[in-house]
Every structure is written in structure tokens, then in C-alpha cells.
Design a protein around this ligand. Structure first.
Ligand SMILES: NC(=O)C1=CN([C@@H]2O[C@H](COP(=O)(O)OP(=O)(O)OC[C@H]3O[C@@H](n4cnc5c(N)ncnc54)[C@H](O)[C@@H]3O)[C@@H](O)[C@H]2O)C=CC1
Ligand SMILES: O=C(O)[C@@H]1CCC=N1
Length: 273
């Protein structure tokens, strides 16, 4: 990808939540110019917010492929073969194609695109929209370390960006892509517990959100593992250890591990053709 970043043409096929979160992050990096970004979707429904970012929009996926060098595929997994079938004749070795589709493997992407094209699997999560995502990427054989460095730089405003072997991507999808929803379920339950104990629902929901945010920030920024922070909250004979005992009796650890396992297995299943 031999050009000045300010000249780099970026495309998004698919204009949903993930495309928007990634596009916003790229533009926040300051390296990419909004008028070098083109986005396609079959209807106008999702396009105005991309226009508001300054991007150009289209109903033609091939137009986006032709106009771009760095091309994000951000449609639902079952649509990836159709979309790659459309754009493949317009993709060259000058392109890097980055798929965010859950489960779709590098081998499938490489098979559906011309030989030698650099492909990357990127798994973001919804908090990318607030620049607090957790993203993991894996490169195919046609994408060199320079592509990894470039993506890490461009996506840094989306949150934590790490690279790893492809074998980790489905697990990251289960743990973090889907994991966001597991945390929301916990937040709902925490607030419901507050309501059960007499706190009004709206207040309980705000307190639950702040509790998760505070706990998350401490976990990320204090340098202590979760087990240590948890122990610090537990006064001997106090309230927390009684609550934790109830959670353990409910099998919460096993349930969360099973949720990550089930979501990972589903990602693997989506990847099988
Ligand atoms: N939502 C999430 O939390 C996460 C989603 N993903 C992945 O991101 C991808 C997109 O998901 P979302 O953004 O949530 O979906 P979405 O439903 O918000 O967006 C999909 C977009 O694709 C467009 N589209 C449909 N058919 C098309 C076609 N033939 N050509 C071009 N565009 C077409 C739709 O109009 C829509 O703009 C999926 O593959 C999903 O697995 C990955 C990580 C997290
Ligand atoms: O549920 C899904 O399939 C997508 C992938 C990760 C989060 N949402």
C-alpha cells in the first residue's frame, strides 16, 4: 500500500453499526481524509450518517471497490460470498481487504478474491462507537507486517487494537464481540437486584452502568488482576463475600465460560462452508 496516508482511498461495503464505528475511528486518527472514504449499501437507510462524516456514498459495491485501496467488508457473514463475488473482478494486488464478518475465515476470503490479494480478518466490538472497543486482527499470507502496523495506527482511535493468529479470532468474537452483550445482561440483572431491594428502576439502571464503568476502568488502569481487585472489595464477614457466595452457588463462572465457548463455537460454525 504505497501511498501517502492522506491520499489513501478507503472503502466500506456495508454501512451498518460496525462500518460506522470503524469509519469514525479512522477519521479520528487524522490520517485519512473524509473525502477519500466511500461507503456502499443497497438502500439509503444507513447512508446519511456517513455523509455527515464527510464520506461519499453509493449503492454500488463495485464502485466502492474501484474507488478504494483499503477496503472494509462490513456486511453480515452470510452475504460475504455474494459481495466478494461482485467486487472480485475489480480487486487487485494493490488492494487490502479487511473483513469484520464473524466466522468468515481468511481461507474463504482468499478463495473468493484474486490470488495474492492481502486479506485481513478484523474483529471489533460495539464500544468502538465510543472509541473504547477491543479489536483483534489476523492477516492472511498476502498481507505483510506493514499492513498490520498500518491498521493498528489507523484503528487506534477505536480502542485497544491487537494482532494475533487467526485461531484466536473466533474466541475473541465469543469473548469480546459477543461478550459486550453478556456484560449488558449482567448489568440488567444487577439493576433488577437493586429494584428487588427497593431502588427505583431508572436510578438502579444508572447505578448499574456506573458500577460497570468504574469496575472496568479500575480493571484496565490499575494494573491489578480481577482476582486481586475482587478480594480488595471483600471485607471478612462483610456484605460482598456473602453476595459472591450466592453467585458461586448460581454457577456464574461456569455459565460465563460456557457463554464464551458457545459463541466461539457458533463463530466457527458460521465459518464452515
Ligand atoms: N454488531 C456487532 O456487535 C459486531 C458485528 N460484527 C460483524 O460486523 C458485520 C456487520 O454487522 P453490523 O454492522 O452489526 O450489521 P448491520 O446490520 O448494522 O449492517 C450491515 C450493513 O450491510 C448492508 N448490506 C446488506 N446487504 C448488502 C449488500 N448486498 N451489499 C452491501 N451492503 C449490504 C446493510 O444495508 C447494512 O448497512 C457482521 O458480519 C458481523 O458479524 C463484528 C463484531 C461485532
Ligand atoms: O452476534 C454476532 O454474530 C455479532 C458478532 C459479534 C457480535 N455480534
Amino acid at each position: 500500500m504505497e501511498c501517502e496516508l492522506s491520499q489513501l482511498k478507503v472503502g466500506f461495503v456495508g454501512a451498518g453499526n460496525m462500518a460506522y464505528a470503524v469509519a469514525e475511528g479512522l477519521l479520528k486518527s487524522g490520517d485519512i481524509s473524509a473525502d477519500n472514504v466511500t461507503v456502499s449499501a443497497p438502500s439509503d437507510r444507513n447512508l446519511p450518517r456517513f455523509q455527515a462524516l464527510g464520506a461519499r456514498v453509493s449503492h454500488s459495491n463495485t464502485e466502492v471497490a474501484c474507488a478504494s485501496r483499503l477496503l472494509f467488508i462490513a456486511v453480515k457473514p452470510h452475504l460475504v460470498p455474494t459481495v466478494l463475488g461482485q467486487i472480485s473482478p475489480h480487486v487487485t494486488r494493490q488492494h487490502v481487504v479487511v473483513s469484520v464478518a464473524a466466522g468468515v475465515t481468511l481461507a474463504t476470503l482468499e478463495e473468493l478474491l484474486p490470488d495474492g490479494v492481502g486479506v485481513v480478518r478484523l474483529m471489533p466490538n460495539l464500544p468502538c462507537v465510543l472509541q473504547e472497543g477491543a479489536l483483534l486482527l489476523a492477516r492472511g499470507s498476502g498481507a505483510g507486517p506493514g499492513v498490520e502496523s498500518l491498521l493498528k495506527r489507523l484503528l487506534a482511535p477505536c480502542g485497544l487494537v491487537e494482532a494475533g493468529p487467526e485461531g484466536w479470532i473466533d474466541a475473541h468474537t465469543g469473548m469480546s464481540g459477543s461478550g459486550v452483550a453478556f456484560v449488558y445482561l449482567f448489568a440488567e440483572a444487577l439493576a433488577d437486584g437493586g429494584v428487588k431491594m427497593g431502588i427505583p428502576a431508572a436510578l438502579a439502571q444508572r447505578i448499574a452502568a456506573q458500577t460497570l464503568l468504574g469496575a472496568g476502568l479500575m480493571l484496565r488502569d490499575c494494573g491489578k488482576p480481577a482476582s486481586v481487585l475482587r478480594a480488595e472489595v471483600c471485607t471478612p464477614g462483610g456484605t460482598t463475600i456473602h453476595g459472591l457466595h450466592a453467585l458461586e452457588k448460581g454457577g456464574v463462572r461456569a455459565a460465563v465460560m460456557s457463554a464464551v465457548e458457545a459463541a466461539t463455537e457458533r463463530a466457527r460454525e458460521l465459518g464452515r462452508k
